[in-house]
Design a protein around this ligand. Structure first.
Ligand SMILES: Cc1cc2nc3c(=O)[nH]c(=O)nc-3n(C[C@H](O)[C@H](O)[C@H](O)COP(=O)(O)OP(=O)(O)OC[C@H]3O[C@@H](n4cnc5c(N)ncnc54)[C@H](O)[C@@H]3O)c2cc1C
Length: 688
């Protein structure tokens, strides 16, 4: 891309205007429950969440004759609509030149371990259809003049399976999918927050939600019930769990709700942490070209003094500059990359500066300051120098290299009143993505009959994931869930289930939680949960710290159970319950992490498990760094996943082996009948 791209083209890819929703359906039925008049809405399938994954599931269901309805806390909220990076990535099978190999792609997707092998193959083989259908709906993925998709290399991707529409790929995905949902007349209840799942002995029967719009004297909290025969959790990741976070504001996900509903979670110890601008300002990921142009990185202490702190870690200017560059496609922190002066030493250094109370910046108007020799584009590691030469980025200053390589990256911050052509950009190491989530089978089914999970709500990734595979997984599993629900016909018409008894039980549970004078305030819960998770379960942790944090989380949940929630305004009820459920989710993460460490688990993906007897010792230019000596990962841990479920008030953690996949055994004539008759959907087998 060059400077000659007209401004209106840049604008269209950065200012993505969302479509207008149609008026919400009228709700005629009312139930008198717990002294409230509660509206009841009936549907076949209910999708919780309107991110890229939920919308995909809804659109595909509607096309298969399912009576589907979407509810969402915020129609254009969540990570898909509000997050991105310099080139926000979609990871799909390579569709240029000699194409791809799905087996090899599946192996790359699950290379970090703790991932079901069949899921990896599903994501690989399903990616072509996911991408092509997005293109059909109008997603402007870039092509060359012969129709090949333009590709580049991203995190955990040795081949170059990444593509992008620019900084806002996922928002554009939401836009085209939402336009399709509107075109298909899918009922949509906006500003509706799911708080309790209704079940009977057979499985899911409905949902209790809060809709401020329904609030009245007869229903002050805006309680609302839905009856349904199938439900899809698509509420994204638990972005609010950490104080230091690059998730957009208000991303709660539904891990706590899932645990309370009897759903099993998997791999929830696995998150991604990396550099980005925090949500207090404009939360944005700083991978790709932001670092590939090699800006100067420095910190400022409380006295206003600048520190060239990377010089305390790397041995030469070339080594430092090349590793800043590599953060472009080695974005997530990984403990093993702290070794041998690799790129996660950059994350470690930034994290430790923040811990000292210093603010960290990248300055695009300065090249890195010298360690031994002055910075020069001619003195970079061969892979780094070659990339910049191929990109034609031979400009003297990082900002000019950025303007040349990716002008959208500059435009994007300008939209939020941050001019990186003039001012340095403050950033930090933040939590960005939950790799784990609700455990699902190959059709997206959870362990509760009728409940499915897709997107970041589901735990379909392993310890690591190639950049862009989160968005791909949501599209692939959104489609599979729709195929499964569609084939079963259970949700072809609105549910006629009698939900008054289960609805009553759910309402009284909520009221028990709310009506306590001495209850916990949600703001206090927020402060406590976020601080605990960022301070004790971030990129560096120890066995002792995690155990103490888990005990703290347990105590908090016990207090909430004993004293309830203090809510000063009826309008705060949904938020207060989301914080109560986040407290449950954080206890689950810490319980799984504590279990993993206690069983001898080592450092992988998200975190370094620091241990004075650990076998891995990162070095800096000044010598070894014993305070971050860590345990290496054991190979055996790659073969299994940790599941967590809530039994009463206890988190039960168990280990299950990854599901295997031993290659494509299908044969056309033999397997065709199973497709024709719906046998492929395994409708009669229990999920998980
Ligand atoms: C800064 C950043 C950069 C990223 N870059 C990439 C990238 O380059 N490539 C990639 O693949 N992934 C990336 N990711 C991750 C990816 O964006 C997300 O995993 C993905 O968008 C999640 O989509 P989703 O549909 O599952 O959830 P979301 O898009 O988060 O949607 C969740 C929906 O659920 C709704 N909701 C939440 N709670 C409730 C509730 N209780 N009741 C009702 N509705 C509810 C929300 O309003 C929202 O509509 C990035 C993430 C971040 C934060």
């Amino acid at each position: 891309m060059s400077l000659s791209v007209p401004q209106e083209i840049l604008d269209a890819l950065t200012d993505v205007v969302m479509p207008r929703l149609k008026p919400e359906p009228e709700v005629a039925e009312m139930l008198r429950i717990g002294g409230f008049d509660v509206p009841v809405y009936r549907t076949g399938a209910l999708v919780i969440g309107s991110g890229a994954a939920g919308l995909r599931a809804a659109v595909e269901m509607k096309r298969r004759g399912v009576y589907v309805t979407i509810i969402s806390q915020s129609a254009w909220g969540g990570t898909s609509a509000c997050s991105g990076s310099d080139k926000q990535t979609l990871h799909t099978a390579n569709t240029k030149d000699q194409g791809d190999n799905f087996q090899a792609m599946a192996e790359a997707i699950r290379a970090g371990g703790a991932m079901d092998e069949d899921t990896a193959y599903i994501e690989a083989v399903g990616s072509v259809r996911a991408m092509a259908s997005l293109q059909y709906l109008g997603l402007p993925l870039p092509q060359d003049h012969l129709g090949g998709t333009l590709r580049y290399q991203t995190d955990h991707d040795e081949v170059g399976r990444a593509t992008s529409c620019g900084p806002r790929t996922s928002r554009l995905m939401v836009k085209v999918l939402a336009e399709e949902a509107i075109r298909l007349d899918i009922p949509f209840f906006n500003h509706t927050t799911a708080i309790k799942v209704l079940k009977d002995a057979q499985g899911v029967t409905g949902l209790l939600a809060i809709r401020p719009k329904e609030a009245s004297d007869a229903n002050p909290y805006g309680l609302t019930l839905s009856a349904c025969s199938a439900m899809v959790f698509a509420a994204g990741g638990p972005g609010e769990m950490y104080r230091d976070s690059v998730f957009p504001n208000g991303c709660f996900g539904t891990l706590g709700l899932a645990l309370e509903s009897g759903l099993e979670l998997t791999n929830i110890t696995e998150s991604q942490f990396g550099i980005g601008t925090r949500r207090e300002g404009f939360p944005w990921n700083l991978s790709g070209t932001y670092v590939q142009v090699i800006p100067h990185i420095y910190s400022v202490d409380t006295e206003g003094t600048e520190h060239h702190f990377l010089a305390d870690y790397y041995r030469t200017t070339q080594e430092m500059a090349s590793n800043i560059f590599r953060k472009g496609y080695q974005w997530p922190f990984h403990a093993s990359r702290m070794l041998d002066f690799q790129s996660s030493l950059v994350d470690l250094a930034i994290f430790r500066e923040s811990q000292k109370g210093r603010r960290v910046y990248m300055d695009f108007n300065r090249n890195p300051v010298a360690i031994d020799a002055p910075f020069s584009l001619d003195r970079l590691d061969p892979d780094v120098g070659a990339y910049l030469r191929n990109a034609g980025a031979d400009h003297a200053l990082p900002i000019d290299r950025l303007r040349h390589m990716n002008p959208l990256a500059i435009e994007l911050y300008k939209r939020y009143k941050v001019d990186i052509t003039a001012d340095p950009l403050e950033f930090a190491v933040n939590n960005q993505h939950m790799n784990g989530g609700i455990a699902v089978d190959t059709w997206g089914r959870t362990n509760v009959s009728g409940i499915y999970a897709v997107g970041e709500a589901s735990g379909t990734h392993g310890v690591t994931r190639p950049g862009g595979s989160a968005l791909n997984a949501g599209q692939v599993f959104g489609t599979r869930v729709a195929e499964h629900i569609g084939a079963s016909s259970v949700a072809a018409a609105p549910s006629s289930a009698n939900i008054s008894t289960v609805g009553e039980a759910a309402v009284s549970e909520v009221m028990r939680l709310l009506t306590r004078e001495s209850g916990q305030s949600w703001k206090d819960i927020r402060t406590e949960v976020q601080a605990r998770m960022s301070d004790h379960a971030g990129i560096l942790c120890t066995a002792h710290d995690v155990t103490m944090a888990m005990e703290g989380a347990r105590t908090l949940n016990a207090q909430i159970r004993a004293h309830g929630l203090q809510v000063s305004r009826t309008g705060e009820v949904a938020r207060a319950i989301q914080w109560q459920q986040m407290a449950v989710a954080s206890e689950a993460v810490l319980s799984a992490l504590d279990h993993y460490i206690a069983q001898g688990g080592g450092s992988r993906g998200a975190r370094a498990i620091c241990d004075p007897t650990g076998d891995s010792l990162p070095q800096s230019v000044h010598g070894s760094l014993p305070e971050v000596r860590f345990r290496a990962e054991r190979d055996t841990d790659k073969q299994s996943q940790l599941r967590v479920r809530l039994e009463g008030t206890y988190m039960i953690v168990t280990k299950v082996p990854n599901r295997p996949y031993d290659g494509d055994q299908s044969f056309f004539e033999r397997d065709w009948p199973a497709w024709l008759t719906g046998g492929i959907y395994d409708q009669d087998t229990a999920p998980l």
